[in-house]
Design a protein around this ligand. Structure first.
Ligand code: FAD
Length: 287
């Protein structure tokens, strides 16, 4: 596991309770760096992008769990991608996102909590969780509050989290019956996503509810709400899928990545989105 204590930090803490971690975060505020798996944060330090006064490791907090919660489930913030892959009964999109994270070593260390804060091209699990209507549980000096993931992102590396708060869990209250996540990576095997799409849906004769989350095109994932509106209450057909695909990037300014042009990324998410819904249609046709 990550151990920055041996590097250069006099102020290195490894609390064993959430209360102790919140107390430290309250003391150091923005001058403290929280480190979960460390796969993204350690790079920020080693490349000199940030110079924290204190490191607070989350490694020993009792937040590595998956629990049933009513019709849904709760995931502790330090649960790793590898642990999710081993879980039974979680929505397909979340397992697929966890499975697709680059390499075995990274899966073993990358946490769900850390993934939510990691900008594109990271953040695969965040894309899946966004489509599932996840809520974040934040604990600070004044207690606990819950924020929908859809309201958590406020801009590049800007989040709806206070100085004294720590993300402790992610809750999905009512997962839809169908979900799927696909990503495209230009790297061999698995790697950070150039673009990803996650669809979570309940559909019988018509689409009852559908959430479509897109990753990789903007600094943080977003919900394609125009697509959702265009399909809700409609029969799912190839034509309806094609029509709605053209709305996927309507509400965002695509960031050019250096790996792909805006035009290519716009086309790519449409391909990924259609792949999910057309294969759903194929499976459920006549059934
Ligand atoms: C080679 C490489 C390949 C990668 N491939 C992928 C990939 O395929 N898919 C993908 O999604 N990502 C990928 N990533 C990005 C990254 O590894 C993941 O997003 C990972 O899930 C981050 O989790 P972590 O636990 O390591 O976060 P950390 O690095 O520990 O933290 C990331 C950020 O989140 C904050 N943070 C972490 N936990 C909390 C918390 N509980 N409360 C408040 N703040 C918190 C930290 O302070 C930090 O700012 C890759 C990274 C590398 C280096």
């Amino acid at each position: 596991m990550t151990n920055l204590s041996t590097l250069m930090y006099e102020k290195y803490f490894s609390p064993t309770s959430v209360a102790a971690a919140v107390k430290l975060k309250t003391q150091f505020k923005d001058k403290a760096l929280l480190v979960a798996g460390g796969t993204a944060s350690v790079q920020l330090v080693s490349k000199g992008f940030i110079e924290p006064e204190a490191i607070i490791s989350l490694d020993r907090l009792p937040l590595n769990y998956v629990r049933k919660k009513g019709k849904g489930f709760e995931i502790g913030a330090t649960t790793t991608a590898a642990a999710l892959v081993m879980e039974k009964g979680l929505p397909d999109c979340l397992i697929q996102a966890a499975q697709g994270i680059h390499g075995l070593a990274l899966k073993e260390t990358a946490t769900v909590g850390g993934n939510i804060f990691t900008p594109a091209p990271g953040g695969d699990m965040a894309v899946a969780l966004l489509s599932l209507g996840a809520e974040l549980v934040l604990r600070g000096k004044n207690g606990t509050r819950t924020v929908p993931l859809s309201k958590f992102y406020r801009g590049p590396l800007k989040f709806n989290i206070r100085n004294d708060e720590i993300l402790t869990a992610v809750v999905v209250r009512n997962p839809p019956r169908f979900s799927a996540f696909v990503k495209h990576t230009p790297w061999r095997y698995t790697g950070p996503s150039l673009a990803s799409v996650s669809v979570a849906m309940d559909a019988d004769e018509v689409v009852q509810r559908i959430n479509v989350a897109v990753g990789g095109l903007t600094p943080h994932p977003y919900l394609a709400t125009k697509v959702e509106k265009s399909l809700k209450g409609q029969k799912l057909t190839t034509e309806a899928i094609d029509r709605s695909a053209s709305l996927l990037t309507d509400e965002v300014e695509i960031s050019e990545t250096g790996f792909a042009s805006k035009q290519y990324l716009r086309h790519l998410v449409q391909v990924l989105y259609k792949r999910i819904l057309n294969s759903y249609l194929e499976k459920h046709r006549g059934g």
